[in-house]
Design a protein around this ligand. Structure first.
Ligand SMILES: [Zn+2]
Ligand SMILES: [Zn+2]
Length: 262
């Protein structure tokens, strides 16, 4: 499996991905808003884009579909429940479905509601990798402003994402690393791993941002650190009513609420 991250260099700070079969040169494009950039990268590698995967229905993920379909004739894949809102979807996906790219690549569809109610994360098993759309970002979590539900995002984090292998490499839909690390440190000033990564990445070129693993995320991402004593103590200072031993869901929901205004 070959993975190419394409930095959109737009105001939304999108990351697009090409996932290609090294034997056949067929490629799948994840959320290719700036589709010409994706096409240029594919051509430079000698790949042909045969499929688009939209993680969810938001325009900053689907807006490139018509252009890329017109240029390549590729098929569009998306969550079955989001298909009517996206339009032009050739294959509606559900939990557990497999997407094949060429002869060698197999990707599993995870049903990961929270940011929206119909959101797919793609999981590669052989070389563990997660394409997480707007569900999980480097050092952060997706918002729930547009028809999402924070309680379901909590379920997705704890029941699915936190249980994946720690070596799983993370490929999110946007580049928000520095801002999210600043939030992590605001919540947990003693987090040395977050401080070290912020030091390394602040002011850097987003197209060269590091690819983290889920193991690293568990060290730097507040939304995976729901039992951390410092984080809980600082949360209690803002929300005294959560008590001395708030459950993980309460911590997650309060973090999400704080991040909305932070
Ligand atoms: Zn979104
Ligand atoms: Zn987005």
């Amino acid at each position: 499996m070959l993975i190419e991250r394409v930095w959109a260099a737009n105001e939304y700070r999108n990351f697009h991905y090409l996932i290609a079969c090294p034997e056949s040169g067929e490629a799948l494009a994840v959320d290719p808003l700036e589709w010409r950039r994706c096409l240029d990268v594919a051509r430079a590698r000698g790949w042909s884009i045969t499929q688009i995967l939209n993680t969810h229905e938001h325009r900053d993920h689907t807006g490139g579909n018509p252009g890329l379909v017109a240029a390549t004739g590729c098929k569009v894949l998306a969550h079955a429940e989001a298909a009517s809102r996206i339009g032009g979807v050739d294959r509606g996906l559900k939990k557990g479905d497999t997407i094949r790219v060429g002869r060698t690549v197999e990707l599993e569809c995870l049903d990961t509601p929270g940011h929206t109610m119909a959101h797919i994360c793609l999981l590669a098993h052989n070389e563990p990798a997660l394409f997480s759309g707007d569900t999980l970002f480097n050092a952060g979590a997706g918002n729930c402003h547009s028809s999402g539900r924070p309680d379901l995002l909590f379920e997705t984090f704890t029941q699915q994402l936190a249980r994946l292998p720690e070596a799983t490499r993370l490929y999110p839909g946007h580049e928000y690393l520095v801002r999210n690390l600043e939030f992590s440190l605001d919540r947990e000033p003693g987090n040395a791993a977050a401080a070290a990564l912020l030091e390394r990445c602040r002011g850097g070129d987003p197209s060269a941002a590091p690819v983290t693993t889920l193991g690293e995320e568990k060290a730097i991402n507040s939304f995976f650190r729901l039992q951390n004593p410092e984080l809980i103590a600082r949360l209690r200072a803002k929300f005294p009513d959560i008590g001395s031993q708030p459950d993980a869901k309460t911590v997650f929901l309060k973090l999400r609420e704080l991040r909305n205004k932070w």
